[in-house]
Design a protein around this ligand. Sequence first.
Ligand SMILES: Cc1cc2nc3c(=O)[nH]c(=O)nc-3n(C[C@H](O)[C@H](O)[C@H](O)COP(=O)(O)O)c2cc1C
Length: 364
Amino acid sequence: MNRFGTRFSMSTFGESHGAAIGCVVDGVPAGLVMDTDYIQRQLDRRRPGGNAYGTKRNEPDAVEILSGVFEGVSTGAPIALVIYNRSAKSKDYENIRNLFRPGHGDFSWWAKYGIRDHRGGGRTSARESAARVAAGAIAQLMLRELGIAVEAGLMAVGQAQAARLDFAHAAKSAIFALDGDAEAAMKAAIEQARAQHDSIGAVVAARATGMVAGLGEPLYDKLDGALAGALMGINAAKAVEIGAGTQAATLHGSENNDPMTPEGFESNHAGGVLAGVSTGADLELRVHFKPTPSIFKPQQTVDIHGKPAECAIQGRHDPCVGVRAVPVVEAMVALVLADMALMNLGSRMDHLKAIYKERGCNDS
Ligand SMILES: Cc1cc2nc3c(=O)[nH]c(=O)nc-3n(C[C@H](O)[C@H](O)[C@H](O)COP(=O)(O)O)c2cc1C
């Protein structure tokens, strides 16, 4: 429901036009230095209004930590984070109060709950993903201590595709483009969609480096399964590929298997996961996002009584959700890895002995 994770977990709350959004992150080991500047920087990368290629809604997304941190360090208690909504313009949604936006969650959530906060999509809005980014930043801080880094970038916008995945370039690009040579074409595709009162789909690629082998809980919490579930849970995500992904279905085994050497794997079609457990190779994945459902072109719809109507959407919307989804993908990957890292601690007696012996316990 609104809680994610087993050992390293987050529960999020809030709506697009409510007072605030936020989360409670539980299971963070005590003693993690809480770099609040880093958490805020991650939020700034996702924040609406921070980017000429995103929505014009301009939120400061300033995060406040309410609990679980003492003198800059996690205490082991739940960490509550809140982000106040400052730039909601609810009157923009008045004309669709009783209409269902095609492609959005308005109809399906109405069918489920029989009540709907039409302002900005309520809880179906990706405004909630700010809370994921805040929680994900804490997961990244923990992973960083283990030498694991999670990065993501924009691999494609419509037909404009990156020919290489340059994560260093993505880190400094306004749209997180993974290929400097494809960036202009990606920006042009977004600008053109916006100018045509339309939207456009995108692909986000992510990787985790410094991986350890052994993360993933077979059989029903396999690492690839958990990643796919977490990433498909992001608004507008329509497909997740790990390693060679769908391409693997077109290959022979002799092409798809990654040869093993004493130095490690020679290739990475597996994307760093075999039988649901990390191999120690880089984790490599892609998430495919559909075009933003709220477009300014008139569309055919029905009202809550089932009567035909024309939907003329106003307000402020991302022309390409894939851009601001980049930090959200990073956050979800980090949350899964942090959770798996904690769960993995009990997988072997020698791990347990190492932990408890360090604390002065003996073998008997
Ligand atoms: C970062 C991000 C920003 C988004 N911005 C918008 C937006 O401005 N307008 C909109 O209609 N949908 C936006 N979406 C997508 C909707 O939230 C999503 O399509 C909707 O909840 C329906 O869910 P589904 O597409 O997963 O079926 C955004 C998604 C993400 C990840």
